[in-house]
Design a protein around this ligand. Structure first.
Ligand code: IPE
Ligand code: IPE
Ligand code: MG
Length: 249
C-alpha cells in the first residue's frame, strides 16, 4: 500500500495521530542529574519505551516510530556505544515475545549492516516473527539517518530503472525505509533540544512538531497526552488558507 504524500495530495487529518515519531533524547542528562553513569539513563529509557508503546496501543495510535541510535551516534565514546548495543540485544531478548503476544509488529530500520551479525540475526528473526501483527507497528530507527535514507532510496530507484533521467516523488518515496507507513502526524522530541538531528527528513515535511523539556526516562502517558493535546490544537493547512480548511470540515 502506498500512502498519500503530504506534498502531492492533502492527507486526512486524524483526531488521534495515526503515526507518532519520537526522538527519545535526554537519557544521559537524566542520569547525570542524579549523579549516575549515563548508561543508567539508557536503562531507564528502555523502560520508558515499554510504557510509551502501551500508551500508544491504548490510544489507538497505529504507528510509533522511535529514534534509538542515529548514524552520528557512533561518534560517542566506544564504551557508551557498546553499552547501547548490549541494551538493544537485551531488549530484543526480553520484549519480542511480549510484543508478539500483544499483536505488535516490530520493524527496525537503518543501515543494519554495521551491527554485529548476531544482532542483525536477532533483528531479522524478530521482524519475521511479528510481521503479520496489526495492532501497532513499532519502528525502531537504528543506525538511521534521514540523509542515509534518501540516498539509499535514490540508489534503489536508479537500480530499478536503468537509464532513468526523470522521476517523481512517488518513485523515490516507495524506496524509503519506512514506505510501509504514512508520514508522521506528530513528531515529539524530548530532552529540550529543538532540532531534527537527521531523523526522518523526508517524512517530517508536514508533521506537527512538539518539543518538551522532559527527559526521555521521565516521558510517561501524561506527557504523551500533552503532546497529543498540542497536536489536536493545531490547524493543519498543508499550504492552504485557514478559510479553506474551515470550509472542508
Ligand atoms: C538519547 O539520549 C539516547 C541516544 C541518543 C542513544 P542521550 O544519550 O542523547 O542523552 P543526552 O542528550 O546526552 O542527555
Ligand atoms: C538524536 O539524539 C538521536 C537519538 C535520540 C537516537 P542525539 O542526542 O544524538 O542528538 P544531538 O547530537 O544532540 O543532536
Ligand atoms: Mg542527546
Amino acid at each position: 500500500m502506498i500512502y498519500k504524500s503530504s506534498t502531492t495530495a492533502v492527507p486526512e487529518v486524524p483526531k488521534v495521530p495515526r503515526h507518532v515519531a519520537i526522538i527519545m533524547d535526554g537519557n544521559g542528562r537524566w542520569a547525570t542529574k542524579r549523579l549516575l553513569p549515563r548508561v543508567a539513563g539508557h536503562v531507564k529509557g528502555v523502560e520508558a519505551v515499554r510504557g510509551c508503546v502501551e500508551a500508544c496501543v491504548e490510544r489507538g495510535i497505529e504507528y510509533l516510530t522511535l529514534f534509538a541510535f542515529s548514524s552520528e551516534n557512533w561518534r560517542r565514546p566506544q564504551e557508551e556505544v557498546s553499552l547501547l548495543m548490549r541494551l538493544f540485544v537485551t531488549a530484543l531478548e526480553r520484549e519480542v515475545s511480549k510484543m508478539h503476544a500483544n499483536d505488535i509488529c516490530l520493524k527496525v530500520v537503518g543501515d543494519l549492516s554495521r551491527f554485529d551479525p548476531k544482532l542483525q540475526d536477532m533483528i531479522a528473526n524478530a521482524m519475521r516473527k511479528t510481521a503479520n501483527n496489526t495492532r501497532l507497528t513499532l519502528t525502531v530507527c537504528a543506525n538511521y539517518g534521514g540523509r542515509w535514507d534518501i540516498m539509499q532510496a535514490t540508489a534503489k530507484m536508479v537500480a530499478a530503472n536503468p537509464g532513468l533521467t526523470e522521476f517523481t516523488e512517488e518513485m523515490l518515496a516507495e524506496h524509503l525505509a519506512m514506505a510501509y507507513a504514512p508520514e508522521p502526524d506528530l513528531f515529539i522530541r524530548t530532552g529540550g533540544e529543538e532540532r531534527i538531528s537527521n531523523f526522518l527528513l523526508w517524512q517530517l515535511a508536514y508533521s506537527e512538531l512538539h518539543f518538551t523539556d522532559t527527559f526521555w526516562p521521565d516521558f510517561d502517558s501524561q506527557s504523551l497526552d500533552a503532546a497529543i493535546a498540542s497536536y489536536q490544537s493545531r490547524e493543519r493547512r498543508f499550504g492552504r488558507t485557514g478559510d479553506q480548511v474551515a470550509k472542508k470540515s
